[in-house]
Design a protein around this ligand. Structure first.
Ligand code: ATP
Length: 359
C-alpha cells in the first residue's frame, strides 16, 4: 500500500512555475528546501465525496502511485515522494526538463531513420520493462514522451503520465474505453479485455507519425477517427513515405494489426531488423532513409496549436462557469486549476471522464 505523507508539501518544497497541466491538476517545478534540488510536483485534485464529479477518486491516485513505485527504469519518470492534504495529492517526480521528444525533433532540419531509431529503442526499453511487470500505460502519445535533457549529445527518453496505467493481476480481466482517439487500439474502442498489446498499437501510430508527419487514422472528428481505426483504414502514401525504408514500413505493419495477439510485443520490436539490423545491407538502409521532416514539422505545429486551443477553451469554460456560479469572481492567482473543475458542472458520464481531448 502506497504511503502518502500527511505533512504540508509547502513545508518541504518551494512551489515554482507551472510546467504543464492536465485533466485533474497542474504540474509545477518545485525546489527542495533542504537540498535546493529541483523536482516536478504533480498536484492532483481529489474528490471530496462519493457523489461529487470534481477531481479524481483517491483509489485512482493510489493506483498511479503504486505503478510508479513499481517502475524504476532509466526511461520511466521516477517518483520520489507523495504528500496528501484534504483536497489534493502531490506527487514529487523527477524533473524532466528536456521537453517533448516531438518538439525536439521538429527543431531539426533533417533526421535519419537511424537517429529516430535511437529514440524509439529507448521507448521500447521502457515499455519492455513496464510490460514485463504486467503494467500497461494505456495513454502513449507524443505529449507523454519527454526528454530528460535536450542539450545532452544522447538525450534520454522519459515516459510520463501513468494516470491511465493499469497493473494486471492473473485471472482478472480489464476493460476500459479511456485514451486519446488518435492513438487508441481497436480493442479499447470495442470495450474488449485489454492487455499490454494496446500500448504496442500506439507505438505503431507514433512511429507512423514520426516518419511521415501524417496521423494514420485521423478523421475530421473523433468519431471518424475511431471508425477509421476499426476499419484498419490506413496506407503508406508515397508522397509522404518516399524517404522511408521498407523495413520501417514492415515495423509499422506488424504493430498496426487488428488482433492484439498477432501484434509485435516490445521485446519482439527490439529484435526487428529495423531496430536491430542483422545484415550490413539492413544497417546501411537505415542511414540512407530519413523522416519526412517538412511534413513532421507541420504535424507538430498543428498539434501544438490544438493543444493551446484546448487549453484556452478550458480556461474560458472555467472562468465563465465561475462567473455564472458566483455573480462576481476575482481569480485567485495561487489556486491550482484543472479541467475537472469544469467537468463537474457539465456532468460528463464517468466513463468519459478520462477520455482525452483529441490532440
Ligand atoms: P492528462 O490529463 O493530459 O493525462 P495529467 O493530469 O495526467 O494530464 P501529466 O500528463 O502527467 O498530467 O502532466 C501534464 C503535463 O505536465 C505534461 O504534459 C508535461 O508537460 C508536464 N509534466 C508532467 N510530468 C513532468 C515531469 N516529471 N517533469 C516535467 N514536466 C512534467
Amino acid at each position: 500500500m502506497a504511503v502518502f505523507k500527511p505533512e504540508n508539501v509547502e513545508d518541504f518544497y518551494v512551489i515554482e512555475e507551472v510546467l504543464g497541466s492536465g485533466h485533474f491538476g497542474q504540474v509545477r517545478k518545485v525546489r527542495d528546501k533542504t537540498t535546493g534540488t529541483f523536482w516536478a510536483g504533480k498536484f492532483l485534485k481529489i474528490r471530496k465525496s462519493a457523489c461529487s464529479h470534481l477531481g479524481l477518486e483517491r483509489s485512482g491516485v493510489e493506483q498511479e502511485v503504486e505503478i510508479l513505485q513499481a517502475l524504476k527504469h532509466p526511461n520511466i519518470v521516477n517518483l520520489k515522494d507523495v504528500f496528501e492534504s484534504r483536497s489534493e495529492v502531490v506527487l514529487i517526480l523527477e524533473l524532466v526538463s528536456g521537453g517533448e521528444l516531438f518538439d525536439f525533433i521538429a527543431e531539426k532540419e533533417n533526421l535519419l531513420e537511424s537517429e529516430a531509431i535511437e529514440f524509439i529503442t529507448q521507448i521500447l526499453e521502457g515499455l519492455k520493462f513496464m510490460h514485463s511487470n504486467n503494467i500497461a500505460h494505456f495513454d502513449l502519445k507524443p505529449e507523454n514522451i519527454m526528454l530528460s535533457d535536450k542539450l545532452s549529445p544522447r538525450p534520454n527518453i522519459k515516459l510520463i503520465d501513468f494516470g491511465l496505467a493499469y497493473h494486471f493481476s492473473q485471472g482478472k480481466e480489464y476493460r476500459s474505453t479511456s485514451g486519446t482517439p488518435q492513438y487508441i487500439a481497436p480493442e479499447v474502442i470495442n470495450y474488449e479485455p485489454l492487455g499490454t498489446a494496446a500500448d504496442m498499437w500506439s507505438i505503431g501510430v507514433i512511429t507512423y507519425i514520426l516518419l511521415s508527419g501524417l496521423s494514420p487514422f485521423q478523421g475530421d472528428t473523433d468519431e471518424e477517427t475511431l471508425k477509421n481505426i476499426l476499419a484498419l483504414k490506413y496506407e503508406f502514401n508515397y508522397h509522404y513515405f518516399s524517404t522511408t525504408s521498407a523495413m520501417a514500413k514492415d515495423f509499422i505493419l506488424k504493430l498496426l494489426v487488428n488482433n492484439p495477439i498477432e501484434r509485435m510485443s516490445a521485446e519482439e520490436c527490439l529484435r526487428h531488423p529495423w531496430i536491430k539490423p542483422i545484415t550490413r545491407k539492413q544497417a546501411v538502409s537505415r542511414n540512407r532513409s530519413s523522416i519526412n521532416i517538412r511534413s513532421f514539422k507541420k504535424f507538430n505545429a498543428k498539434r501544438k496549436w490544438k493543444m493551446s486551443y484546448n487549453m484556452v477553451r478550458m480556461c474560458n469554460r472555467f472562468f465563465s462557469l465561475r462567473l455564472h456560479c458566483k455573480g462576481s469572481f476575482k481569480p485567485d492567482p495561487l489556486e491550482r486549476k484543472c479541467e475537472s473543475d469544469v467537468e463537474d458542472a457539465e456532468s460528463n458520464p464517468a466513463s468519459l471522464m478520462r477520455r482525452r481531448l483529441s490532440s
